[in-house]
Design a protein around this ligand. Structure first.
Ligand code: PEP
Ligand code: MN
Length: 338
């Protein structure tokens, strides 16, 4: 349920409404628009207490939210959320944001070289996995903290903000010390304890869609993060499981307009895991931007044969450079910038 307060409501009156919400055992979520204060009343059966708020002087009107997710819904907030990373990157604005980097961080030389190439081509963020969610326990699991140190070094040399995956609530604090953005991978999209943990940190979160989750379930996962107080969530479509085997997954481009219609959160697309075949990544990145995505994340490696994971789907730096030029054209055609 959303309480829209009257224009010109004083801070004291806002505090009174918040106190009332807490007194009844619910959680308030405050959002200040240009003219009005809007407060979400979060909790099961909040609507039962509608009359207690309707009689408050400061409350102008009450809107129930019909969706099971509340804070991330368009019903709750009409304007697009913009997640800023540093001073130059604004995901959800007119700017199309491009993230590139290796699936797993391996050597210092490879990572620094990749970072420099991404920067040179006009990419905005550097990605790299240090804790890897591998299907087999015998596959390379990532360099751990050593990988995070290399990521921080690459940032220092290039100025590119960084993204890395967090797999366990116990890693959140450590990863927050090194990275600018936390990534929740597809396999952990419904790891609710992890979602609650990143919901309590002050860093933006890229939330991948699980490969067997509906858009509604994906938004419920985002709700877990936002309901804990972290509003900086970026949704990321990365392909879902279907009967098709020509591609690693089926990249659900329709999820872009659907998620944007249902939610105010920015939506990015990861075509690398979406298709898993180098040749098909760039066309799908371009299609994602044309369909309204706020950015793309792709895997890049200077020597794919040496990559310790996902080398087969890594773009070479030169391919990344070409992709950036094409993205610029598509972005401009749909009224965006890069
Ligand atoms: C990744 O981005 O490195 C990754 C493992 O992706 P996903 O969680 O989408 O499979
Ligand atoms: Mn990968």
């Amino acid at each position: 349920m959303i309480l829209t307060l009257k224009t010109g409501t004083s801070k004291k009156e806002v505090d009174n409404v918040i106190a009332k919400i807490k007194e009844l055992g619910f959680t308030p979520s405050l959002s200040r628009g240009t003219e009005r204060v809007v407060i979400g009343v979060i909790g099961d059966k909040a609507i039962v207490h509608k009359d207690k708020f309707a009689t408050m002087e400061a409350v102008d009107f009450i809107t129930p939210i019909s969706k099971p997710y509340k804070l991330v819904s368009r019903e709750f907030k009409k304007e697009n959320t913009i997640v800023s990373i540093g001073k130059d990157v604004h995901v959800g604005s007119k700017q199309v944001v491009v993230i590139g980097g290796p699936c797993s961080i391996d050597t210092k030389e490879n990572l620094i070289l990749t970072a420099r190439e991404i920067k040179k081509a006009g990419g905005h963020l550097l990605r790299g996995g240090a804790f890897k969610p591998r299907t087999s326990p015998y596959s390379f699991q990532g360099l751990g903290e050593k990988g995070l140190e290399l990521l921080a070094e690459a940032k220092k040399l290039t100025g590119l903000p960084t993204v890395t995956e967090v797999m366990d609530p116990r890693q959140v604090e450590l990863i927050c010390e090194y990275a600018d953005v936390l990534q929740i991978g597809a396999r952990n999209a419904q790891n609710f304890d992890l979602l609650k943990e990143v919901g309590q940190c002050a860093k933006p979160v890229i939330l991948k869609r699980g490969f067997a989750t509906t858009v509604e379930e994906w938004l419920m996962s985002a709700e877990y993060i936002v309901s804990k107080g972290n509003h900086q969530v970026i949704l990321c479509e990365r392909g879902i499981r279907t009967f098709e085997t020509a591609t690693r997954n089926t990249l659900d481009l329709s999820a872009i307009p659907v998620a944007k219609h249902l939610s105010h959160l920015p939506v990015m697309v990861d075509p690398s895991h979406g298709v898993g075949v180098r040749e098909y990544i760039v066309p799908m990145a371009l299609a994602a931007i044309a369909a309204g995505a706020d950015g793309v994340m792709v895997e890049v490696h200077p020597v794919p044969a040496e990559a310790l994971s996902d080398g087969h789907q890594a773009l070479l730096p030169i391919q990344f450079q070409h992709m950036m030029k094409q993205i610029k054209l598509v972005a401009e055609a749909v009224g965006r910038t890069i």
